[in-house]
Design a binder for this molecule. Structure first.
Ligand code: COA
Length: 142
């Protein structure tokens, strides 16, 4: 694990094994826990409390936010915002400045977080999720 990068945030790169609390929080937040980061992926962590998982395309200067989750007991304390801003700064330092994500249109907590961190809406995918809900697309550009 590299870090801390500031503000108590650490980073886990490809091939690193996940601390137990990450799949636990993954299941709590999304119902399914993803595996250890693949070659193009990285996780940023506030240990025991929050993680953000990204897929990066360094050659294109792009990255996609795949998942961000804060432990339910610690939501509403600006930890999601602190984590997301730390990711953005760290990616920017790598020359990755074009950031993208998709989110359920009903997920207002996440959408407000993204807007607070400078993300702008850039499209919609109708019926994107298995239950038929639309995805809203957001991006953050320099
Ligand atoms: C989305 C999530 C990561 C937000 O984390 P958080 O630490 O609670 O958010 P923060 O405290 O940093 O909030 C930052 C801003 O986001 C917005 N926000 C956060 N929670 C909100 C809520 N429940 N309702 C409306 N806005 C909310 C607010 O604008 C807030 O700024 P404010 O404090 O000035 O009002 C968290 O709710 C979570 O883990 N949800 C489940 C997983 C998920 O849906 N992830 C996103 C899809 S991948």
């Amino acid at each position: 694990m590299s870090g801390p990068l500031g503000s108590g945030v650490c980073r886990l790169g490809a091939g690193a094994s996940l601390p137990d609390w990450v799949p636990r929080l993954d299941r709590t937040a999304f119902g399914v826990a993803w595996k250890a980061p693949a070659e193009h992926e990285a996780l940023w962590l506030i240990p025991e409390v929050a993680f953000a998982r990204w897929a990066r395309i360094p050659a294109a200067g792009e990255a996609e936010l795949l998942r961000i989750a804060v432990d339910p007991a610690h939501r509403g304390k600006r930890l999601g915002q602190r984590l997301l801003e730390a990711c953005q700064l760290d990616l920017e330092a790598e020359g990755i400045t074009h950031l993208y994500l998709e989110v359920r249109v009903s997920n207002q907590a996440a959408i407000q977080l993204y807007r607070a961190c400078g993300w702008k809406p850039c499209g919609r995918r109708p019926g994107y999720y298995p239950d038929g809900e639309d995805a809203a697309l957001y991006r953050r550009l320099p």
